[in-house]
Design a protein around this ligand. Structure first.
Ligand SMILES: [Zn+2]
Length: 278
């Protein structure tokens, strides 16, 4: 009897521990907004609207926080910012946009209303200000319909959403180096790719690369949304990223699971194969 009771206790505790281990590092801010800690102080934010899109939050030493890209809209971006402030009331947030698409900067309007500085290239700002983003949104809605991914909530939201350009601009060819304490976040433009303005962000000390939409996850079998892509230059640009950041430990794609530099090799291979057939 005693043995059985102990056994039951043992299994119950084991199950609870397993459950905590499996789900402990995941924070669900809403049905479509999930945050995962990938290592201490580094979080991938995944917003599904309707496609899964990644952004990144890095808590630096002190109160500085770098937020790379945003969820698709203001509402979810507000939730992420409130979560950051809950983690650190004195958080001093800096945003970096890696491109002009809605999965890169859909939350800029909210960030700017909170006086959060938003870094982005002059080209990204131009593609917002000249209205090019609204053409892209139209194509994205078309793709949604074509692929049976029709999500009325997203389609309605996409119709009325207004996009705001970043307010801390840099020349895309020159890139940007943000030095905060002993950390350097480097913004690099390797050439045109998934869009003409996509940049990557590299955290030197941590050897973490946010590849954004130019980097495909290992699960990806096709290039995805290519309406604004330069298909010939894209694989070359990813090669440039690989050359420059060979030592990256963690590579985070714009969509899907992160991993190591295999994602860069996978992206190059996928694009070369795709270009040969198309
Ligand atoms: Zn994307």
């Amino acid at each position: 009897m005693l043995l059985n009771k102990n056994l039951v206790k043992f299994f119950t505790i084991s199950l609870v521990i397993l459950f905590i281990l499996a789900s402990g590092s995941e924070i669900k801010l809403s049905e479509d907004l999930v945050i995962k800690e990938i290592e201490e102080g580094v979080y991938v934010v995944t917003h599904s609207f309707p496609w899964q899109g990644n952004s990144l939050v890095v808590f630096l030493s002190g109160n500085d926080v770098i937020f790379v890209d945003t969820p698709y809209n203001n509402e979810s971006t507000r939730k992420v910012v409130e979560w950051i402030k809950n983690e650190n009331k004195k958080a001093n947030i800096i945003e970096i946009n890696t491109g002009f698409h809605n999965d890169n900067l859909g939350g800029n309007e909210y960030l700017l209303s909170q006086n959060i500085p938003v870094y982005g290239s002059e080209l990204t700002a131009e593609l917002i200000e000249n209205g090019r983003i609204y053409e892209t949104i139209k194509s994205a809605v078309e793709l949604m319909k074509k692929t049976g991914n029709e999500n009325q909530e997203c389609i309605e939201a996409y119709k009325t959403q207004e996009f705001k350009a970043p307010n801390r601009l840099f020349d895309i060819e020159e890139g940007l180096e943000l030095t905060i304490g002993e950390e350097i976040a480097e913004v690099y433009f390797p050439g045109e790719s998934h869009s003409i303005d996509n940049v990557v962000v590299y955290f030197h000390k941590r050897k973490i690369l946010f590849g954004g939409c130019m980097v495909k996850s290992l699960e990806s079998k096709n290039p995805g949304f290519t309406e604004d892509a330069n298909m010939q230059e894209w694989p070359k640009s990813v090669k440039n990223v690989l050359e420059r950041y060979k030592g990256a430990r963690i590579v985070i794609p714009g969509h899907g699971n992160w991993g190591d530099t295999k994602l860069l090799n996978h992206t190059i291979e996928l694009l070369v194969n795709y270009n040969e057939k198309n």
